[in-house]
Design a protein around this ligand. Sequence first.
Ligand SMILES: *Cc1c(COP(=O)(O)O)cnc(C)c1O
Length: 368
Amino acid sequence: MIPISKPTLPDLSDLSDKFEEIFKSGQLTNGKYVEQFEEACAAQAGTKYAVAVSSCTSGLILLHKTLGLDGDVILPSFTFSATGHSLIWNNLTPVFVDCEEDSCNIDINRVEAMISPKTSAIFGVDIFGNPCDRRKLKEIANKHGLAFIIDSAHGLGSSYDKQKISYSTDALVFSLSPTKVVVAGEGGIVATNDEQLAAKLKKARNYGDPGNYNCEIAGLNARMTEINAVTGLASLRMVEDNVTRRNFLAQKYIEELSVLEGIAVQKIKNNSLSTYKDFTIVIDEDKTGISRNALQESLSGMGIQTKAYFDPPLHLQDAYRDFLDMNKENLKITEHLSANCLSLPIYSHMTDEDQSFVIDSVVRCLHK
Ligand SMILES: *Cc1c(COP(=O)(O)O)cnc(C)c1O
């Protein structure tokens, strides 16, 4: 079976000395490797501060909390569930905006119409590693006095308009879980230039405790362990090579598949670089003669794992049914992408042979 994704891990032999040191010292969390990893992540993201947390989900939950967001938050519905869940955990109301068909990112031209006096933030997502248009989104946020944050779970290693990935954002959160490009086992990073926000986040990840057990907010235990930090540090050193390799694989997919009638590929815009955390095609059944679901099933029969990201989109998930009435806005492109997108196998150490097999298999399915 060719998996959809596989973590490209550093050599265990390069890490074992450090693991041994951590075990001997007994300093399993809150130690020097977490600090080193935070510095390295801040440099990669282009921010002054990076706060390591236990996951992207916990980082997002704590970010909304420490920013003091209230009321409504504007976000795309075409995203992973945790984007929306982080709002629900803060009693915030998700206000969904449709996405663009080509970039799969939030449609910047539809954002302003959804802003109301209750809105406190615009919440972008870098879908599949493709940076959303942070320059435009920040302009809109500034005009209306809103916070502007990004779920960049897929984006550590991406860049926007030849700038660092943090460009024009108040804060963004990366994921380091095994399906992402930089892997720490589990983990997340909140990156920001705001010193006060970073200090609050460091307390928030430690129950909200400033150090005297008189907690300032109801925080979480969202700390990162030293073991995860050592793994993440080594993985981050590989990020440039891995993103280069993924872009090479993506170009090959684009060359071979986008010429086929009825197959579209995600468009990376704004002079940006994507991590290609996922490589995703959109199938037009009228032209290919095969539906997304049928293609997925055929490929599975050929030993190729694919995923129908993100189906169902947030606004159609059971956990969001209470918010549907409030989101009557047209989410047609979101529903179209959810019904017709298929993410193909891509990982940094994928061989050319395995990729050729995937490409040949897709072509064979279409011409049946
Ligand atoms: C994976 C993912 C998350 C959650 O990341 P965790 O580190 O697993 O909590 C959040 N948002 C998006 C878009 C994701 O793909």
